[in-house]
Design a protein around this ligand. Structure first.
Ligand SMILES: [Zn+2]
Length: 218
């Protein structure tokens, strides 16, 4: 049975990633280009992307904490489409400030709905030959044995009293999620191993208790 590690602190994700890097066995890391295209065999592309990732990052933590997501990108100017497979160590989920009854499923729905990239994270469209604010949609392809979820409780908006300043606020809402059986079947689009289905049980939860002023990272 898979287990879930639900994290309300991004530091846990960073710690896992740091530990993962620290325990990597393969120090001879080749440069490998991403596999990216459209209309390709997704199963084969996902498998090749995973194997390429292992050539640079093979470790115990990758085996148990990392999964793959399928990223679909489309240029808003010329319509060029592209698919690539990325490895993730945690899923950062946004919360809907307007909802009174937030659930983990609301956040997962939002995560997979798609978004327009901002200029700082533009995608290079080879047809337009420039970075564009592409439409990006993510599907989970595989999920790891131990899944780390990070709920982004902080929101930022411009501080009119301070040039280039930002005002932080924290979403304090209770987030509902099943403790014994978080079934992610509907979010996983890759091949599923029914001997280890994407069904999780909460094994750990972190919630920041420090105030804004004293907490530097959360
Ligand atoms: Zn384009």
């Amino acid at each position: 049975m898979n287990r879930i590690l639900v994290s309300f602190f991004s530091s846990l994700c960073i710690s896992v990633h740091t530990l993962s890097n620290g325990f990597e066995f393969n120090q001879n890391k080749p440069y490998i280009e991403d596999i990216e295209g459209f209309g390709m065999d997704c199963d084969a592309a996902a498998m090749s992307s995973w194997q390429n990732y292992l050539k640079r990052h093979d470790s115990f933590f990758v085996d148990h904490f990392h999964g793959m997501q399928k990223s679909y990108l489309m240029c808003p100017h010329c319509g060029k489409q592209s698919i690539k497979f990325d490895v993730y160590s945690s899923l950062s989920l946004t919360l809907d400030n307007s909802q009174h009854h937030n659930t983990l499923f609301n956040s997962l729905d939002k995560f997979t709905q798609g978004e327009e990239l901002d200029e700082a994270n533009g995608w290079y469209c080879s047809k337009c030959q420039k970075h564009v604010c592409a439409i990006k949609k993510i599907q989970l392809w595989t999920t790891p044995d131990i899944l780390t979820l990070h709920l982004k409780r902080f929101t930022f908006k411009p501080n009119v009293a301070k040039k280039n300043g930002l005002l932080r606020s924290k979403i304090q809402d209770v987030i509902n999620f099943p403790i014994d059986r978080l079934d992610l079947h509907k979010y996983v689009f890759g091949p599923k191993d029914e001997s280890a289905p994407p069904v999780y049980k909460v094994c750990s939860c972190l919630n920041p208790l420090l105030s804004f002023q004293r907490s530097r990272h959360h």
